[in-house]
Design a protein around this ligand. Structure first.
Ligand SMILES: Nc1nc2c(c(=O)[nH]1)N[C@H]1C(S)=C(S)[C@@H](COP(=O)(O)OP(=O)(O)OC[C@H]3O[C@@H](n4cnc5c(=O)[nH]c(N)nc54)[C@H](O)[C@@H]3O)O[C@H]1N2
Ligand SMILES: Nc1nc2c(c(=O)[nH]1)N[C@H]1C(S)=C(S)[C@@H](COP(=O)(O)OP(=O)(O)OC[C@H]3O[C@@H](n4cnc5c(=O)[nH]c(N)nc54)[C@H](O)[C@@H]3O)O[C@H]1N2
Ligand code: SF4
Ligand SMILES: [Mo]
Length: 768
């Protein structure tokens, strides 16, 4: 069933937004241009936003931003749709009790809330209900029964991250889940094991490198991830223009591959073998030269010895890459004046995610490319997340406790979200019965999303902090809608640690938020205040309340200012402080990445244990897979993911300008595989995998390698009660209704969302 919507309801404005001609507009006195960053993805593009009152008239790339130089993608413009979206909630919703007459309230954001069993309520009532529910479950079932899930957009708000941390502390819960375990957990873990800090990332020195090797990343579309660099295509082209080389290894000839010098198909899930074959070549051909950091690295011998077990001709078949090509990849990398090996989701979201990412890091280190210009370098952000995380010592660590289901290790207190549905659904001591979701949509984003959907429906208490009634928050008892990015002042706190240039960025709000609305951090702080009257030891209460007060009294800026002043550019550096960052309207460029070892090492002995026992230990699993493993499933196809420039995980499909055009939720299949199954372009097919089946149209193209199919995630917006109406008109299907929650990287607990064994068959009589 779809929400029964009266036809006359105004849908979001067709775009471009109606507006007067530019010259006229400039003259209008009540208009102003606000310069701020786009915080929808990691690229942090500078925007020039023309606003009148609370209306966004135009969004353009800011040509004066030193970093993005006017670049923006279609999503940047769609920030305007988010601000204006009539489906966005402006007031909390409370689930109407059975028998209670639900009213739809006056909230234009929830036109049919009443019909779906919601009541629009004031903040006090909603927050009290949330606190009552959580406190009740906690009292009855103990701290293990309450969990938090932090979704992707939460990464942009320092205040929200801090408050989520304090909320967990107050609950006394060790049940923190996040999108990290669907994404970059292998990278955090490798950073922790090798560099002593999960937030110290080696980032390709993109603007100076002579050779960029990309495994399982599509930055031309994703705009770069753990590699913050706006206008990726320009930056990639620049590598080639200065005589360098870009090589892409990917089961799909991606948009990035099309701007590269070389593209190599690889069978999904097998990069671990490819990298071992490359390391073998380095060792066998005496190309290992750790360079300037040699004094800091332990275990080189041990690692090289291990690699000798994997000559290229031993791994060629499983990877689908000819042995000579593997060896040549290694020679080219080692022979370049400088080189950077980069990998993202195609590496992380596999069963060997951590080990693969480790070997990729080793490739950089063994060729002397760590911490040198053009290689893999460490950003030094003005506000140093790594230093802050390091001070929160209780936050940093590995395998100090394990998940009840699956027996998987925590990574810096995060547990694998692939196990969350089972944790909720499996009775017994420690069963999760209450959940707070903050900026996340697990019903669409975790593997076996249907199980998650059912788990969410069965929770005793679900509190969702989200601006929409999503596939997840539709199950909530209370929905607490925050202001969206353009309505917030934001200091970039996370992506400075991943940026290809050192930068600092303060973004003032573009529009004034409606009265009686709150930001994520404030909502969490209010929730903490209420919970503290109901639960928690005296110490816990005192600590959480003190933190909540910082947010509620508007003192976060002072805290940030202090962190900046004591940071690398602060009192003992350039004299940087929050005021000076704020004054840099177009963003502050702090220059190219600088060599920073050993200063950037947080390991106790300030060394890099390249052959860390946790990582070396996993090589037995690798060997076993090579000798006995069959990565193919019975259906003969391996499923991978695919992103589109106009998508943003599960949640921007309510922007009319982003969903227009042809259906993007298709299965991409090679002509040979399509032919073998009688599938013609556009035909609807049944895609079946470990957790279920979906129906999607087929797109036939040789840009995908034989034996592989690709489907984007984040679709499937036709579920009952979901509040985004534009998205519901372009629903697609959720690929996570097919993926496998049991397939994880056992080291990091990261979900193996790539290389899922599936079958595809034509649906009879369903052409078109
Ligand atoms: N099959 C498959 N599954 C995947 C992936 C894949 O490649 N393939 N990718 C994975 C990855 S990398 C990620 S990061 C996850 C993402 O998974 P999630 O983080 O669970 O979900 P998102 O789709 O990012 O949804 C974000 C939610 O936050 C809400 N939101 C937006 N802005 C704000 C805000 O300012 N405050 C609050 N409180 N809420 C806000 C949106 O309405 C939306 O409901 O998906 C993962 N799932
Ligand atoms: N437009 C847009 N941008 C986004 C997002 C979005 O949804 N839309 N999401 C954001 C988020 S949350 C993230 S985490 C980043 C992700 O950033 P990226 O990792 O760059 O994103 P993907 O497009 O998923 O790229 C993964 C690539 O890995 C390939 N691949 C799959 N399996 C394998 C494998 O086994 N081996 C190899 N070598 N390659 C493989 C896929 O074909 C794909 O090209 O993007 C961010 N940016
Ligand atoms: S690439 Fe697009 S979504 Fe990402 S920051 Fe830039 S404008 Fe925003
Ligand atoms: Mo992500």
């Amino acid at each position: 069933m779809r929400l029964p919507l009266p036809q006359s309801l105004p849908l979001p404005l067709p775009l471009p937004l109606p507006r007067p001609a530019r010259s006229e507009r400039r003259e209008a006195e009540d208009e102003r241009v606000v310069h701020r960053a786009c915080t929808l993805c990691e690229a942090c593009c500078g925007l020039a936003v023309t606003v009148r009152g609370s209306e966004v008239l135009e969004v353009r790339g800011d040509p004066d931003d030193p970093f993005s130089q006017g670049y923006l993608c279609p999503k940047g413009v769609a920030n305007a749709d988010l601000v204006a979206d009539p489906d966005r909630l402006r007031q909390p919703l409370l689930r109407a009790a059975p028998g209670e007459v639900a009213d739809s309230g006056t909230d234009p954001g929830a036109p049919d809330a009443g019909a779906a069993g919601w009541r629009s309520v004031g903040w006090a009532e909603a927050l009290d209900a949330a606190a009552d529910g959580l406190a009740r479950v906690l009292r009855e079932h103990g701290p293990e029964s309450v969990a938090i899930y932090l979704g992707n957009p939460a990464a942009h708000g320092g205040g929200a991250l801090l408050m989520a941390h304090e909320l967990l502390g107050l609950l006394g819960a060790r049940r923190r889940y996040s999108a990290s375990s669907l994404d970059q957990q292998p990278q955090h873990l490798v950073s922790y094991l090798l560099f002593g800090n999960p937030m110290v990332f080696g980032v390709p020195d993109l603007d100076r490198t002579d050779h960029l090797l990309i495994l399982g990343g599509n930055p031309a579309v994703s705009n770069g991830s753990i590699m913050t660099a706006p206008d990726m295509k320009r930056r990639l082209r620049a590598i080639r223009e200065r005589g360098g080389r870009v090589v892409v290894v990917d089961p799909r000839r991606t948009e990035t591959a099309r701007v590269a010098d070389e593209h190599i198909f690889i069978r999904p899930g097998t990069d671990v073998f490819l990298l071992l074959g490359m390391l073998h070549t380095l060792v066998a051909e005496e190309l290992v030269d750790v360079g300037a950091v040699a004094d800091l690295v332990d275990g080189v011998e041990e690692l090289c010895q291990a690699a000798l077990d994997y000559p290229p001709d031993r791994v060629a078949e499983v990877t689908g890459v000819p042995a000579e090509r593997i060896a040549q990849l290694a020679r080219d990398f080692a022979g370049a004046d400088s080189a950077a090996g980069y990998g993202r989701l195609g590496v992380c979201q596999t069963e060997f995610g951590t080990t693969t990412f480790w070997l990729l890091t080793c490739l950089n280190i063994l060729t002397g490319n760590l911490d040198r210009p053009g290689g893999l370098m460490f950003p030094r952000p003005a506000l140093d997340a790594a230093a802050i995380v390091h001070r929160l010592t209780d936050q940093v660590g590995y395998d100090r406790f394990r998940s009840r289901i699956g027996d998987l290790p925590e990574v810096s207190t995060d547990l694998p979200v692939a196990t969350l549905a089972a944790e909720i659904r499996t009775p017994g001591p420690g069963q999760i019965r209450a959940l707070v979701t903050i900026a996340g949509n697990p019903a669409l984003s975790v593997p076996d999303g249907r199980a998650m959907d059912e788990a969410l429906a069965g929770l005793e208490v679900l509190v969702s902090i989200d601006p929409y009634i999503t596939e997840t928050s539709r199950h909530a008892d209370v929905v607490l809608p925050p202001r969206v990015a353009f309505e917030r002042d934001e200091l970039e706190v996370v992506f400075g640690s991943m940026s290809v240039r050192n930068m600092a960025r303060y973004s003032p709000r573009a529009v004034e938020p409606a009265a009686d609305t709150m930001e994520d951090a404030e909502i969490l702080a209010e929730l903490i205040q209420r919970l503290a009257t109901r639960i928690g030891s005296p110490q816990r209460r005192a600590r959480a309340l003190a933190a909540a007060q910082v947010v509620l009294r508007g003192q976060m800026d002072r805290l940030m200012d202090l962190a900046i002043r004591t940071g690398p550019y602060g009192n003992y550096g350039l004299g940087l402080n929050l005021g000076r960052i704020r004054a840099a309207t177009h963003g502050l460029d702090l220059g190219p990445l600088m060599p920073s070892l050993p200063g950037r090492l947080f390991t106790r002995d300030r060394r890099i244990p390249l052959a860390h026992p946790v990582l070396m230990g996993d090589l037995s699993r690798v060997r076993d897979r090579l000798e006995n493993g069959d990565v193919d499933g019975p259906g003969g196809l391996l499923l991978i993911g695919r992103r589109h420039l106009r998508s943003n995980n599960s949640w921007m499909a309510n922007s009319p300008r982003l969903v227009r055009g042809k259906d993007r939720c298709t299965v991409l299949i090679n002509p040979a595989d399509a032919r073998a199954r009688g599938i013609v372009p556009g035909a609807r097919v049944l895609l079946s995998g470990p957790s279920g089946s979906i129906e999607v149209p087929a797109e036939v193209s040789d840009e995908i390698m034989e034996g592989v199919v690709a489907v984007p995630h984040g679709w499937g917006h036709d579920r009952d009660g979901v509040g985004w109406r534009v998205a519901a008109d372009h629903p697609g299907a959720s690929v996570n209704d097919v993926t496998d929650s049991r397939a994880v990287d056992p080291l990091s607990g990261n979900a193996a969302l790539q290389a899922v064994p599936v079958s595809v068959e034509a649906l009879v009589g369903a052409a078109g």
